[in-house]
Design a protein around this ligand. Structure first.
Ligand code: AMP
Ligand code: MG
Length: 474
């Protein structure tokens, strides 16, 4: 393993050197051994005190060049230039044996110049939600940042109530957000913006760098990747919750997990973030907001390419989104990727919206249903059985002539997702020092399409009377 510091050393104008600050009784509680292996990280780090020394000791390898990055962002539609890593630090970049580069980023490491009077800390509740959520999305096939390890502490952190503090190290190809480019554009720091663009092209988008019009190629690549990510969110009923432009990665990976949720009852305008009073980041607004965010990012590109070129890039969002959405959704219900099947899919979603039936489970049941039967037992889950029967007759004919096999259908429909209630069980146990529920949930989410011993306790929907309030406070 090689640890480099390209961002910190090449973009010195955009960072502040900050040493990670430990919490009291800090202890390593969870480690992603698959990532440790893949990136050939030193085993010694993940034994007992190893990584804690690397992070917090005077000579610690991960402490020497840790930096907080400066960025801005549109938060709920309003420009905010005062953002930056207020509690996260970029520790450096590592490279796997195939040359894939990943940032190591420590979250909850104490105050930085961008903390704006906040404490620089993260609570165990939100840290564990991010740790499990990012792995869950990755294993579903949705691009995401990854979780490397999690630390607990006996120190209390004050939110609405005192809560145990925690930290995690996450990995991502970079921590470049839309808000980085917006910030240096709006603050007219054009030399820095030029350097940031060059760095992004050379280090992260070499194919675009080699293009005759590199900036246009870059904006197009970000647009297409973002469209794909959001399409997959819609397919799996994932609601990010805080799609501010400072939480949008230029790599089109799900990033900065906050009050996210997987929908249970299908509700197209579902909102889980209790601070989102206007429903700006509701489930069905995510694609439109992603495009809005790309538009905000595109201002920074106006220094390099014409308005017509910008429009040409952004207009590719919708077809790219629809192509991924249509193909993946039709595969979930076992139909070929053909526009003529869309009305059948839309009718299925409309029926889900009208019945108290779990989103993830209903697709799994449909995958297991036998299309040779003229009457399906699935009808019992629907209040209006006649309309279900009518839909079933049309659907089963389409499915009988489709190329999908029963196995391919099961491989498109997860049995387990990171349900809010499952996460809550893991959090409550971890707050009592028991990480076994979190470990078992992670194990189930590692193979979300397969029934395993680990998956059984997490397959059922939560009890809707037992709702968890998801706040932005983390
Ligand atoms: P978030 O809502 O987590 O995406 O954070 C928005 C901004 O607030 C970012 O600039 C964060 O670094 C900063 N921030 C959030 N929580 C804290 C905290 N507890 N201490 C310092 N900065 C924070
Ligand atoms: Mg954020």
């Amino acid at each position: 393993m090689q640890l480099s510091h390209h961002y910190a050393s090449e973009l010195t104008d955009t960072v502040s050197l900050v040493r990670p600050q430990p919490l009291s009784d800090i202890s390593l509680r969870m480690t992603n051994h698959a990532l440790v292996q893949q990136y050939q990280l030193p085993d010694a780090w993940f034994s007992h005190q190893g990584i804690i020394e690397q992070l917090f000791n005077e000579q610690g390898m991960l402490a020497q060049h840790a930096v907080a990055q400066k960025y801005g962002g549109h938060q709920f539609g309003q420009w905010n230039p005062y953002l930056g890593d207020g509690r996260g630090l970029l520790l450096g970049e590592i490279t796997d044996p195939n040359g894939n580069q990943m940032d190591l980023h420590l979250k909850g490491a104490g105050q930085t110049p961008y903390s704006r009077h906040a404490d620089g800390r993260a609570v165990l509740r939100s840290t564990l939600r991010e740790y499990i959520g990012s792995e869950a999305l990755h294993h579903l096939g949705i691009p995401s940042s990854r979780s490397l390890c999690l630390f607990s502490s006996s120190e209390r952190v004050y939110r609405e109530l005192p809560e145990p503090g925690a930290m995690m190290i996450r990995m991502a190809p970079s921590h470049l957000r839309f808000g980085h480019f917006e910030y240096y554009f709006h603050s007219k720091a054009f030399d820095t913006l030029d350097k940031l663009m060059d760095f992004t092209l050379t280090r992260h988008f070499p194919d675009c760098a080699a293009h005759a019009e590199p900036h246009k190629a870059l904006l197009k690549a970000i647009t297409l990747r973002t469209a794909r990510m959001v399409a997959l969110w819609q397919v799996h009923g994932f609601v990010h919750g805080v799609m501010n432009t400072d939480n949008m990665s230029i790599h089109g990976i799900t990033f900065d997990y906050g009050p996210y949720a997987f929908m249970e009852q299908f509700k197209s305008d579902a909102v889980f973030n209790h601070s989102d009073h206007e429903g700006r980041y509701a489930f069905d607004r995510q694609p439109g907001i992603a495009l809005w965010n790309l538009n905000a990012l595109a201002y920074a590109f106006s220094r390099y390419i014409s308005v017509d070129d910008i429009k040409a890039c952004l207009t590719q969002f919708e077809p790219a989104f629809l192509a991924v959405y249509r193909e993946t959704m039709l595969a979930r219900i076992g139909l070929d990727n053909d526009k003529e099947h869309e009305p059948c899919l839309n009718m299925w979603l409309a029926m889900l919206g009208q019945n108290p039936i779990d989103y993830t489970q209903s697709f799994r049941w449909l995958a297991e249903a036998d299309p040779t039967q003229s009457v399906s037992s699935l009808r019992d889950h629907f209040i209006d059985r006649n309309s279900f029967d009518g839909w079933w007759q049309d659907y089963r004919q389409r499915r009988l002539s489709a190329a999908h096999t029963p196995d391919s259908l099961l491989a498109s429909n997860p049995l387990v997702v990171a349900r809010t209630q499952s996460l809550q069980r893991a959090i409550e146990a971890a707050e009592q020092d028991d990480y076994s529920v979190a470990e078992q949930l992670l194990l189930a989410l590692n193979t979300p399409y397969q029934a395993t011993d680990a998956s059984a306790p997490f397959e059922q929907p939560g009890n809707s009377d037992d709702t968890v309030s998801l706040s932005c406070s983390s």
